[in-house]
Design a protein around this ligand. Structure first.
Ligand SMILES: Cc1ncc(COP(=O)(O)O)c(C=O)c1O
Length: 459
């Protein structure tokens, strides 16, 4: 069945493919966009349009598209050993080599890795590990995990329950018990009038402490947080936030889970965001850019404190996936890490492209639609507002973001809309040339969006 014309593909897609996170009525009405090729920082659609990918796929294609080395690594490993499991005391070379490599790159004290295939699986694994750890320590009451409102931690029921996305909770009632959600460190959207970012950062961190005290520290397993909230809208915490959170988890002896599904492998200019912020988690979940999205792989880096406890008990940890440590995925991950390393991509984010992106964003700060720009490394957000001075949003949250996203697509740029926050997470291989192209396109896209909503703007 070779059906290749764009119209036929779109029709078949609507008939047979149920898309994730999609309004199915509108997809049936409009059809989908067929992406047929990727190379470097660019994608091509079915009509031959070249599109600059400002999102690195879904925050994951850090080395860009079309890298032969990863295809070769997959081919070699498939020819040698396409699959064997890691249950029943078996292992294979790629999973050993990758685990050693990750332990070397991770912050001190992380020497063991548990694998899955998706970020959601890694989060489920982390939840089970946390509760299992406390049970082994003789404190089984420590079940509660404190997370933040609007946080995205994945789509399985446990990961969505740990996440703080209301619309997901509403569709999966009952959410699992044992999760509490506190205010996110989102100064732009949550600060009170006149509250400085520093004061707000402390207040948001102390909401965690209040929650620990409200439920009783003896019932709290962990605080779970992305170092920077990504899919929740690139919410970058004020500098006062993380040191205070670290103080609080230390004070109450609570574990810290850093969900680095987006932030790991170079996005902030370090291998891990825990290094960027100087925080000391006990579990680090990762996925996405470990293979730059070329093949699914995820995992949890497990701190010695937890790994040692597991090894001290003569009992199974009853958890695992068929594809835990899949050999082909591990081989591709190694080839991907080799490229990130040998091409100095992380250093480039820290010293060149990250600062250049920040400077580019500043050039939009005076645009009538823009309430705030913010970035860390190659993770950025542009807030669209109806009134700059009061930070008033447009009526119908997300409507203007979608208008802007569609203009961006038509101009040949992929930006994502989270409500009315436009976000960028480009491949780490962006150069001055792509930054210049993005600057021109974003300026045009903002102007086109402004023209559509001019009547709603307060000047
Ligand atoms: C921080 C975070 N955790 C977990 C996930 C879930 O990952 P996956 O979609 O691979 O299940 C995501 C996905 O975007 C994420 O951003």
């Amino acid at each position: 069945m070779a059906t290749t014309t764009p119209t036929a593909l779109r029709d078949l897609d609507a008939c047979h493919h149920l898309h994730p996170f999609t309004n199915h009525k509108s997809l049936r009405a409009d059809g989908s966009r067929v992406i047929v090729k990727g190379e470097g920082c660019y994608l091509w659609d079915e009509d031959g349009n070249r599109i600059l990918d400002g999102m690195a796929g879904l925050w994951n294609v850090n080395i860009g598209y079309g890298r032969r080395e990863l295809a070769d690594a997959a081919h070699r490993q498939m020819s040698e050993l396409p699959f064997y499991n890691t249950f029943f005391k078996t292992t294979h070379p790629p999973v050993v080599q990758l685990s050693q490599r990750l332990a070397h790159l991770a912050p001190d004290g992380f020497n063991q890795v548990f694998y899955g295939s998706s970020g959601s699986e890694s989060v489920d694994t982390a939840i089970r590990l946390l509760r299992h750890y406390w049970a082994l320590r003789g404190e089984p009451a420590r079940q509660i995990i404190i997370s933040r409102r609007a946080a995205y931690h994945g789509s399985t029921i446990a990961a969505a329950s740990m996440g703080g996305i209301k619309t997901m909770h509403e569709q999966s009632y009952p959410v699992y018990p044992g999760f509490r959600h506190v205010i996110p460190p989102y100064w732009f959207g949550e600060a009170e009038a006149g509250e400085s970012p520093a004061d707000f950062g402390l207040r948001a961190a102390r909401a965690i402490e209040e929650e620990i005290l409200a439920v009783g520290p003896e019932n709290v397993a962990a605080v779970a947080a992305e170092p920077i909230m990504g899919a929740g809208g690139v919410k970058i915490p004020p500098p006062s936030y993380w040191p205070e959170v670290q103080r609080i988890v230390d004070k109450y002896g609570v574990l810290l889970l850093a969900d680095e599904v987006i932030t790991a492998f170079g996005r902030l200019g370090n291998w891990f965001a825990a290094q960027h912020y100087g925080i000391r988690p006990h579990l680090i979940t990762f996925a996405k850019a470990v293979t730059s999205g070329y093949i699914p792989l995820s995992g949890v880096l497990v701190h010695d404190r937890i790994a040692t406890e597991l090894a001290a008990h003569d009992d199974d940890f009853h958890h695992g996936y068929t594809y835990s440590g899949h050999p082909v995925a591990c081989a591709v991950a190694i080839a991907n890490l080799d490229i990130i390393d040998s091409e100095g991509l992380i250093e480039r984010v820290a010293t060149q492209t990250g600062p250049a992106l920040a400077e580019m964003l500043q050039s939009f700060a005076d645009h009538p639609l823009v309430g705030e720009v913010r970035s860390r490394g190659l993770l950025a957000a542009i807030e669209l507002v109806a009134d700059k001075s009061s930070r008033r949003r447009f009526a119908g949250e997300g409507r203007v973001g979608l208008v802007c996203r569609e203009h961006a697509f038509r101009e040949g740029l992929i930006m994502r809309a989270v409500g009315d926050t436009m976000v960028l997470s480009p491949p780490l291989i962006w150069t001055q040339s792509q930054l210049h192209e993005a600057r021109e396109k974003i300026r045009r896209v903002l102007d086109l969006t402004l023209a559509d909503v001019a009547g709603e703007i307060s000047s």
